[in-house]
Design a protein around this ligand. Structure first.
Ligand SMILES: NC(=O)c1ccc[n+]([C@@H]2O[C@H](COP(=O)([O-])OP(=O)(O)OC[C@H]3O[C@@H](n4cnc5c(N)ncnc54)[C@H](O)[C@@H]3O)[C@@H](O)[C@H]2O)c1
Length: 245
């Protein structure tokens, strides 16, 4: 079977994370050549790796053209990296705020700003941002994370509208809980057994389990694919039927 992304090129942030690793492997399995970035890329096979910190503006500004240099083009950008400071506002430091908004909002802003002219010159492209169900309807006690995810959702809608005329589609995947290190570290920080906590969470999802990384990646790939060719600025919730309460 010919892959949907045969001959295509992509840049993936947060490539060493729970969702990122599956995203990179899935793109490559479908014929895409993939440039990746994360703080440590050593565990991830890719066609080009750029290790660095998304909090550094110069690093973000340069990444799309570095990807073009390595791959010969840039058809897709996946802004997948994210961080989640936990706790209500009284527990949140300025550093928590700066980190969440830096990684979850400012880096995607800088990467989109640099990638869009490249894609426009090539006749189009697809950008998939990662928001969250919580970015659309707030859950409890994560105001910094949640408001950053609302900001990336809004940015997605703005760019989806502004750049459709250039053949660039910008959409976002909005997961509810996904079984990745991000989720597990939250339970561990609270002194809970992550496996048992995930069993409890599974029971709260109408489909019977929280998402696997692959279940999120499959939707992100759909948004990047030609099957979603008429979608611009969409915020797609992937939640197993579980509403935010
Ligand atoms: N896991 C969930 O339940 C869940 C739910 C909704 C949305 N999301 C979103 O999905 C995306 C992927 O999350 P995940 O669950 O795979 O998390 P993860 O923690 O497993 O992976 C996140 C990756 O981002 C990278 N990253 C963080 N800060 C960085 C920085 N300053 N510079 C470079 N890289 C940096 C990390 O090194 C890590 O590899 C995130 O945007 C997250 O907010 C996750």
């Amino acid at each position: 079977m010919t892959g949907r992304f045969e001959g295509k090129t992509a840049l993936v942030t947060g490539a060493a994370g729970g969702i990122g690793q599956v995203l990179v492997a899935s793109l490559r399995a479908e014929g895409c050549r993939v440039a990746i970035t994360d703080q440590d890329c050593s565990a991830v096979e890719a066609d080009a790796s750029f290790e660095g910190d998304l909090m550094e503006a110069a690093f973000c500004d340069a990444l799309p053209s570095r990807a073009v240099g390595a791959l010969g083009g840039l058809d897709m950008l996946f802004n997948n990296a994210g961080v989640i400071p936990r706790g209500d506002i009284t527990t949140q430091t300025d550093a928590d705020f700066d980190l969440a908004y830096g990684v979850n909002v400012k880096a995607p802003f800088q990467l989109c700003r640099a990638a869009i002219p490249i894609m426009a010159a090539a006749g189009g492209g697809a950008i998939v941002n990662t928001s969250s169900c919580w970015g659309l309807r707030p859950g409890p006690n994560h105001p910094v994370y949640i408001s950053s995810k609302a900001a990336i959702a809004s940015l997605t809608q703005c760019l989806g509208r502004d750049h459709a005329h250039q053949g660039i589609r910008v959409n976002a995947v909005c997961p509810n809980e996904v079984d990745t290190p991000m989720l597990r570290s939250g339970f561990e920080a609270r002194g809970l057994d992550a496996d048992r906590a995930i069993d409890d969470l599974n029971a709260s999802v109408p489909l019977g389990h929280i998402a696997s990384a692959q279940e999120i990646v499959d939707v992100a790939l759909f948004l990047a694919s030609d099957a979603a060719r008429y979608m611009c600025g969409a915020l797609v919730e992937v939640n197993g039927g579980k509403p935010v309460i």
